[in-house]
Design a protein around this ligand. Structure first.
Ligand code: ZN
Length: 406
C-alpha cells in the first residue's frame, strides 16, 4: 500500500515556502551541509535556520551526519554536518534505454540502494515499460527490506527532448513514446510526483550534484555515443528551454550540404561526431557487425582506421563545441558517453579542434579564465543517477497540489 511519508506530511502542513522547505531542499540537493553552509544555501538568518533545523531534527527528518557515521561505520564525515534522514524517504530513478528500462532506488541521504536493468526489446510500448518499472521497483524495494510507503517521487530520463510538462518530442530514439506525456504515464502508475528530462540534462544534473561539476555553476556537457546530446548549465540550473530542446548540440548543422540526419536537417553534428559512422564503416571493413566497444578496442590495439575515425569524430565535436562556446564561453566542459571511454584518444583531438576554432583560446587568457575540458565522473550511468537527482533536487519544492495533481 502506498501512503504519504512523514516528510511529505510535514511539508504539506507547512503550506507554501517556509524555512523548513528551504532547508529540506538544500539538504536534499547537496547531501550534507553544516549550519554555516545551510545559512549560505538558504540565505536565511542563523536563528531562523536553527529553529527550523530543530523542528526537522525533532521530527526525525534531519539527522546529524556524525550520527549517520556512527551507524554506518564510515569515517570522514564532518561532525557538524546535517543530512536528511535516509529513512525520511526514497526515490526511484528510471532511464528509458533503447531496448529496456534501467531502474534504481535511492534514499533521501543520496545513497543508491540498488539497481536493475529490465530488457524489453526494441520499440517497446510505454505501457509495457511502465508496468515493468513498477514491478521491477517493487522487487528492488522488497529485496532491500523496504516498502514503497516512503516513496517521495520518481525521476525519468528520456533519450530526447521533454517539455517541462512531460511531453516527449518526436526526435526521441524511442518512437513509441513520441507525443506521450511521460510524467503523467508514470504518475498514474506510481501515484507520486514524477519529474522527467532528457538524458543529457539528467547526466548534467548528476555531474552537478555529485561529480565533475560539483564545485561549478556554469558548464556544458557533451554526451557522445551513437548519438550526440548536450546540456547547458547556467548558475547551477540545467537550462531546459521552451519545449525541452535546449542544449541539443547534436542537431546543430555544421555542414551545409552534409548528409541527411534523422531529424530532417543536413550535416548535423550528430552525423559528424557520433560513434555511429565509425561503428558502421569499421563493421564493413572488418566484415563483421561491431559495437562501439569493439571500435574502442580496435583503436587501443593500434588499428589505424579506428584511430582515424575516432579522431575525425573528436575534431567535429571540437568544432561544435567552439560554436557553443561563442555563446556562453563555458569555464568547464564535461565529456560524457562512450566517447569518454576512449580517454585521451578522443579528448586530445577534441581539445585541439576546440582551441583552433574558438574565439577565446586558452593561450590568450590567464589560466584561471581558460575553458577546462574533462571527462565526467560517471559517463555511463550518469543519466540514471541524474533521474534520481531530479527528484532529490525537487524535494522541498513539492507542494500539496503537486502531490495530488500528479
Ligand atoms: Zn539532426
Amino acid at each position: 500500500m502506498i501512503t504519504t511519508s512523514r516528510l511529505q506530511t510535514l511539508l504539506n502542513q507547512q503550506g507554501n515556502e517556509t524555512p523548513v522547505h528551504a532547508i529540506v531542499r538544500a539538504l536534499s540537493s547537496d547531501g550534507s551541509l553544516s549550519m554555516a553552509e545551510l545559512q549560505g544555501a538558504t540565505s536565511l538568518a542563523k536563528s531562523t535556520v536553527s529553529t527550523a533545523l530543530s523542528e526537522l531534527r525533532r521530527s526525525g527528518i534531519v539527522v546529524a551526519a556524525e550520527q549517520r557515521e556512527k551507524e554506518s561505520g564510515v569515517p570522514g564525515r564532518r561532525p557538524t554536518a546535517f543530512t536528511l534522514n535516509p529513512e525520511a524517504g526514497t526515490c526511484v530513478g528510471v532511464h528509458l534505454e533503447l531496448d529496456g528500462v534501467r531502474i534504481c532506488i535511492a534514499d533521501a541521504a543520496h545513497t543508491i540502494i540498488d539497481e536493475q536493468f529490465i530488457a524489453l526489446g526494441l520499440d517497446y510500448a510505454p505501457e509495457h515499460a511502465i508496468q515493468s518499472t513498477l514491478t521491477g521497483a517493487a522487487a528492488l524495494y522488497r529485496n532491500n527490506g523496504l516498502t514503497l510507503e516512503r516513496l517521495l517521487g520518481v525521476g525519468v530520463s528520456v533519450s530526447g527532448p521533454v517539455t517541462p510538462q512531460g511531453f516527449v518530442h518526436k526526435s526521441s530514439i524511442l518512437p513509441a513514446w513520441s507525443g506521450t506525456n511521460v510524467r503523467e504515464l508514470f504518475a498514474n502508475a506510481f501515484r507520486k510526483p514524477v519529474f522527467a528530462d532528457n538524458e543529457s540534462n539528467c547526466a548534467a544534473t548528476a555531474e552537478l550534484m555529485w561529480g565533475a561539476a560539483k564545485d561549478h555553476k556554469d558548464f556544458l556537457l557533451f554526451k557522445i555515443d551513437l548519438g550526440v546530446g548536450g546540456a547547458v548549465v547556467i548558475d547551477g540550473k540545467v537550462i531546459v528551454g521552451a519545449a525541452g530542446g535546449a542544449g541539443e548540440i547534436g542537431h546543430m548543422s555544421i555542414e551545409r550540404n552534409g548528409r541527411l540526419c534523422r531529424c530532417g536537417n543536413r550535416g548535423c553534428l550528430e552525423i559528424e561526431a557520433s560513434l555511429l559512422e565509425p561503428t558502421r564503416q569499421l563493421s564493413e571493413v572488418h566484415g563483421r557487425p561491431l559495437v562501439i566497444e569493439d571500435v574502442l578496442l580496435l583503436a587501443e590495439q593500434g588499428d589505424s582506421g579506428a584511430n582515424r575515425m575516432i579522431e575525425d569524430c573528436a575534431e567535429a565535436a571540437g568544432r561544435g563545441l567552439a560554436a557553443m562556446a561563442a555563446m556562453i564561453n563555458p569555464p568547464l566542459v564535461i565529456l560524457s558517453g562512450k566517447a569518454a571511454l576512449a580517454g585521451e584518444r578522443f579528448l586530445r583531438p577534441f581539445q585541439q579542434a576546440f582551441e583552433r576554432n574558438a574565439l577565446v583560446r586558452s593561450r590568450d587568457v590567464p589560466t584561471e579564465n581558460a575553458t577546462i575540458i574533462r571527462i565526467g565522473d560517471f559517463t555511463l550511468n550518469d543519466s540514471l543517477l541524474g533521474a534520481v537527482g531530479l527528484v532529490l533536487r525537487s524535494i522541498g519544492s513539492m507542494k500539496t497540489q503537486h502531490m495530488h495533481a500528479l
